[in-house]
Design a protein around this ligand. Structure first.
Ligand SMILES: [Zn+2]
Length: 296
């Protein structure tokens, strides 16, 4: 059995497993084409920072400007309020502003979230978190967020038999939703854009970051790094020097990496799937169907 034939039948099997039905275009013999990153790149990398922490503006903005790199900031409106002029500057510099909810609900196991615990939420309350943050960010910065980052990387509301996933709410409103501490990159043909994996890079030195990028390049993946403070390497702080070295590495054409915002890369993946791969189209359709089954 030649390799292309094997790939095609694996795709059919995957399509049946994910959609419960055979894709007619596959059966009609449409060729399954491999995914290509633009301009012969081997992988894609996005840098993202959460919570609208002060150091992102006070330290990060100048650093990123010097490197000529655009990133995705997943902001809480209350954080934006504390450095409003700085955040307007971030938008003017071309950075993407994503939604990180209104009040950052996580599991109540975190002390900071005990009175704002996902265990005590329902889907209607979570919809208000998403819509409310979108409205405030638009008022503050004139930007309509197209991407979302799950606070603490957690995607549920409720408790026990009443637990529900709020991924469909995100799929219905955003081009992409990013997780946290997921440890691996995203396969552009397979990944669910509504729960794209996020790789933490706080506390890392440049060489650990490089190792992750090199592995992505070998496997054709999309890595979304996630950081919080920007400064001296430490707990929830991405090291300024490591960011500089990483930016230089990612910008070097010899390394074959496409460095783009979450929105840019998710948009490309979506379009490529629509064009080239019936499996990708099926996965996208099933996302939309799932989203319609649940209230907003
Ligand atoms: Zn956060």
């Amino acid at each position: 059995m030649d390799k292309q034939y094997l790939i095609k039948w694996l795709a059919i099997l995957l399509s049946i497993l994910t959609t419960g039905q055979l894709s007619s275009s596959l059966l009609e013999g449409e060729e399954l084409k491999p995914f290509h990153w633009p301009n012969g790149k081997k992988a894609a990398v996005s840098l993202s920072f959460d919570d609208a922490r002060l150091s992102q503006i006070d330290t990060g903005l100048a650093l990123l400007k010097k490197e000529g790199v655009k990133v995705t900031f997943f902001v809480k409106p209350s954080g934006v309020e504390k450095r409003l002029a700085g955040w307007k500057q971030a938008v003017a510099n071309g950075h993407e502003i994503g939604n990180h909810s209104l009040t950052h609900p996580c599991t109540g196991n975190y002390k900071f979230s005990r009175n704002n615990a996902l265990e005590n939420y329902n889907l209607a309350m979570m919809a208000q978190q998403l819509n409310g943050a979108n409205e405030l960010i638009y008022k503050q910065l004139g930007v309509k967020p197209r991407t979302f980052a799950y606070p603490c990387g957690q995607k549920f509301v409720g408790r026990g038999v009443d637990v529900k996933s709020y991924v469909p709410l995100v799929a219905d409103r955003f081009l992409a939703g990013r997780g946290y501490l997921d440890e691996f990159g995203n396969d552009p043909l397979i990944c669910d854009l509504a729960q794209a994996m996020g790789t933490g890079f706080d506390d890392m030195d440049f060489y650990r970051m490089k190792k992750i990028v090199d592995q992505a390049a070998q496997e054709g993946l999309w890595v979304i790094f996630v950081g919080h403070e920007i400064g001296k390497q430490g707990y929830q702080t991405t090291d300024s020097k490591a960011i500089e070295n990483l930016c230089e590495y990612l910008k070097n054409p010899a390394n074959g990496i496409w460095l783009g915002t979450v929105k840019e890369i998710a948009t490309y993946i979506q379009r490529q799937r629509d064009k080239i791969n019936p499996v990708g189209v099926s996965l996208k359709k099933s996302n939309k169907q799932d989203a319609k089954r649940l209230p907003n």
